[in-house]
Write a protein that binds this ligand. Structure first.
Ligand SMILES: Cc1cc2nc3c(=O)[nH]c(=O)nc-3n(C[C@H](O)[C@H](O)[C@H](O)COP(=O)(O)OP(=O)(O)OC[C@H]3O[C@@H](n4cnc5c(N)ncnc54)[C@H](O)[C@@H]3O)c2cc1C
Length: 473
């Protein structure tokens, strides 16, 4: 038995970072306590993030396709929406997954405590139990996995059910006639897509000149075009200066050079302007943990904080605030604690926007390459040349590879189109494996699939694609 096997570990927060860390630690033979406020593990991702939003987006896509089907000679009529049943479908998915995690936790003999943890010192936690009473517990190592919460705009902080954050929007109390989404990031666009499919007139306001500021513009363009049809309006370069509740809605005042209508009343407003790390943990000042200026806990490549007994993972340590990043950090932290030689040094973390079309990218983006003055070649394969894209009537997509011109290594991948979120995994693997463009070009992809567009983009790089014609220079 290794000398680490008797270590007692606490994991504070049961999200995709925390529960993965706790379960792996138990599998490695450590004694594990997992603390979270919910009845079962799951965190934001399962209870009020990734999972409920994707369940609703699945239904939104079905509604959209049923409307679109008349172009293919099939008419379904206007869908009738039973909001209570839709809500219970979504809640059923969440219950199944979180209940499953509860079972997995018991099977691993992880001590799960429902409650709120605070620090007494670097190795001691006080847990205020949901069931009542406090418990003070000591550990050899503590992993902070407390995640993040929606950022709040003080001028939009109205105490009314008409004003929602992402959690309120996912509750799906009703479908408002009009909805203003404040923030053109992925959460706002995904939830706006859901409400628009259910029949709300959705407007989006974004203070920057484009939607999804982190993504390359050529990826955003097809999405923007489609959203212009699905949404009532997209207001760019515009901020919300004020919001006031009135008898029949929230009166919003817009500000910005492009603003045409300065005031408008909306049934409901969804504020999704980013997320804040949950690093204000009671008693953290009694440890040596350092919190940076943006509220993220500072960690090294092993996810160890400035306090040798304390590790931190997931949204609370930094961008990108994504579930799969949190999980991998959780695994790395546990392996480091168990004495393995590990570091969290990914070459590519995929980002997916589950709108319609989807956008996904990994590794270097063109914007980043430009900002960092990095020499790259970009090879694009338009989906209009993909047989599969035409069979599903989605020719607006595009797949691109960013390639180092000297080594011919793939350093970035960007995809816009139906199912881009599934396709990007090949790009991540290619980058992590150090693939050359030729590796992708020479890999036989199944036909007819959208995955062929990755191979096609590699062929475009070499000028050998037979699916598109480029005159010889
Ligand atoms: C609407 C929405 C959609 C999203 N969609 C996606 C997506 O499609 N893909 C994706 O990768 N990411 C998505 N995310 C982001 C994803 O949810 C987060 O990146 C992920 O949940 C972070 O995991 P985590 O383990 O760091 O923490 P979290 O999931 O935030 O979990 C932290 C847990 O710790 C608990 N906690 C906090 N403080 C304490 C304390 N003192 N004591 C005890 N417990 C505490 C919290 O209550 C929470 O349960 C989405 C987020 C939202 C809001």
């Amino acid at each position: 038995m290794s000398e680490t096997s008797n270590l007692r570990i606490a994991v504070l927060g049961g999200g995709p970072g925390g529960y993965a860390a706790a379960f792996l630690a138990a599998d490695l033979g450590l004694q594990v306590t997992l603390i979270d406020g919910e009845r079962n593990p799951g965190g934001v991702c399962l209870y009020r993030g990734c999972i409920p939003s994707k369940a609703l987006l699945h239904v939104a896509k079905l509604i959209d396709e049923s409307r679109h089907a008349k172009n293919w000679g099939v008419e379904f009529g206007e869908p009738k929406i039973d909001i209570a049943r839709l809500r219970s479908f979504k809640e059923g998915v969440v219950d199944k997954l979180t209940g499953g995690l509860g079972v997995l936790s018991k099977q691993r003999k992880v001590q799960y405590i429902q409650g709120r943890g605070s620090f007494e010192n670097s190795t001691t936690l006080r847990v205020a139990k949901t069931a009542g009473g406090d418990e003070v517990l000591s550990f050899d190592r503590i992993i902070i996995a407390t995640g993040s919460r929606p950022a709040v705009v003080p001028s939009l902080k109205l105490d009314t059910p008409r004003m929602m954050d992402s959690t309120g929007a996912l509750d799906l109390k009703d479908v408002p006639e009009s909805l203003l989404v404040v923030g053109g990031g992925y959460i706002g666009l995904e939830l706006g897509t859901v409400y628009a499919a259910l029949g709300a007139k959705v407007s989006v306001v974004e203070m920057l000149p484009g939607l999804l500021p982190g993504a390359d513009r050529d990826l955003v363009l097809p999405l923007h075009k489609r959203m212009e049809k699905v949404f009532e309006s997209i207001l760019l370069n515009t901020t919300v200066a004020a919001a006031k509740e009135e008898a029949n809605g929230i009166r919003v005042t817009f500000d910005g050079a492009d603003v045409k209508e300065r005031e408008k009343v909306f049934d409901k407003v969804l504020v999704s302007v980013g997320r804040k790390p949950n690093s204000q943990i009671a008693g953290l000042e009694k440890t040596q943990v350092k919190v940076g200026p943006r509220g993220f806990i500072s960690v090294n490549a092993q996810l160890q904080t400035e306090d040798p007994s304390i590790y931190a993972i997931g949204d609370v340590v930094g961008e990108p605030m994504l579930a799969h990043k949190a999980t991998h950090e959780g695994r790395t932290a546990v392996e480091a604690i168990a004495g393995h030689k590990v570091a969290f040094e990914p070459n590519a973390i995929p980002a997916v926007v589950f709108t319609d079309p989807e956008i996904a990218w990994c590794g270097l983006t063109e914007t980043q390459a430009k900002n960092e003055n990095r020499e790259i070649k970009v090879a694009k394969f338009p989906w209009a040349a993909s047989g599969r894209a035409l069979t599903i009537d989605r020719p607006e997509g595009m797949t691109k590879l960013l390639i180092d011109p000297h080594t011919e290594r793939v350093v970035g991948v960007g995809i816009v189109g139906a199912g881009a979120g599934e396709l990007i995994a090949e790009g991540v693997l290619a980058i992590e494996m150090g693939s050359l463009a030729n590796d992708i070009a020479l890999t036989i992809h199944p036909h007819p699939t959208l995955s062929e567009t990755l191979m096609g983009a590699a062929e475009v790089f070499f000028g050998t694609s037979t699916d598109i014609y480029r005159p010889r220079r």
